[in-house]
Design a binder for this molecule. Structure first.
Ligand code: FES
Length: 84
């Protein structure tokens, strides 16, 4: 899928704080888990509420996150060789 290497998926943390939850982060996490077959980490608020929902891919922030933006970030992280 999108050239993503499913064997070296980076850690994906989805903010489950109040603002991000309001903006659909929990549904986004479910969708990502279904697509990627992996569990997302339930994150706490990281003061990026103005840009909710927030997702961290290998600790790199994706603001106003969508499935497509998160997948693009995963691909970028993999290309950079950072699987943290
Ligand atoms: S609630 Fe997600 S960054 Fe604050």
């Amino acid at each position: 899928m999108n050239d993503i290497d499913m064997n070296t998926l980076p850690k994906i943390e989805v903010c489950f704080g109040p603002e991000c939850s309001d903006k659909g982060s929990r549904e986004l996490a479910k969708e990502l888990e279904g697509l990627l077959g992996t569990k997302c980490i339930m994150g706490d608020c990281r003061s990026q509420c103005a840009n909710a929902p927030l997702v961290l891919v290998a600790k790199q922030g994706v603001v106003t996150a969508t499935v497509d933006k998160v997948l693009a970030k995963i691909k970028q992280v993999q290309e950079d060789g950072n699987h943290a």
